[in-house]
Design a protein around this ligand. Structure first.
Ligand SMILES: [Zn+2]
Length: 204
């Protein structure tokens, strides 16, 4: 029970930090991304109908404004939030991203078997001899679009030897452009923006 509570608090703290990072990093007056992400959506969802694309493009302005995802970053295709917290030798992770980043239909809101099999490879803990548990994927479609929420757990033999958190999904899922990452422990906070060129958040 205490583990669950700590985990919840840790993730909440991570989400709060993400919110601060997101607010300080973005111009309040221009919540929409500079580059149109409809092209990214087209790459992610080649089978999507034109009607879906129109709805997608039309819906994005609204979502960029209302910030209902809870992760601090509005639903923008290509962008994701990754929060990692540590409790003793256990690392907990939460990845929040548009389903479209995973090449999935946001209207269906379902994970395919192929994508489910790839989830375990999305995030890697560098160093520390950490063993990953099977990720737990969920969805949030409380807005017009659908967010993927994936929870990860790692048990580390040498948690102090963890040197970095790596987002390893850029190759398998090229729609991902930027992942805002935070690492939070009782005594430490780190944050960084992960990209295909710089996919690691260093913890050293
Ligand atoms: Zn979307």
């Amino acid at each position: 029970m205490s583990h669950l509570l700590s985990r919840t608090l840790g993730l909440a703290l991570g989400a709060g930090l993400l919110f601060l990072v997101a607010c300080s990093a973005k111009e309040p007056a221009s919540p929409a991304p500079a580059e149109p992400d409809t092209s990214a959506a087209a790459v992610a969802e080649p089978a999507e109908t034109q009607a879906d694309h129109d709805m997608d493009a039309a819906g994005h302005e609204d979502h960029a404004d209302d910030d209902e995802t809870g992760g601090g970053t509005p639903h923008v295709h290509g962008i994701a939030d990754l929060a990692i917290s540590r409790e003793e030798n256990i690392l907990f992770g939460e990845l929040i991203s548009p389903m479209a980043n995973l090449g999935l239909s946001e209207s269906d809101g379902a994970y395919t078997d192929v994508v489910t099999a790839e989830l375990g490879g999305l995030v890697e803990i560098v160093g520390g001899e950490c063993a990953a548990s099977v990720p737990h994927p969920m969805t949030d479609s409380s807005s017009g679009h659908t967010d993927s929420i994936v929870h990860f757990t790692w048990t580390c033999a040498k948690p102090d030897a963890v040197t970095a958190i790596r987002f390893a999904g850029f190759e398998a899922f090229p729609v991902f452009e930027k992942v805002g990452a935070v690492y939070v422990t009782a005594t430490e906070q780190r944050a960084g923006e992960l990209t295909p060129a710089a996919p690691e958040l260093s913890l050293k």
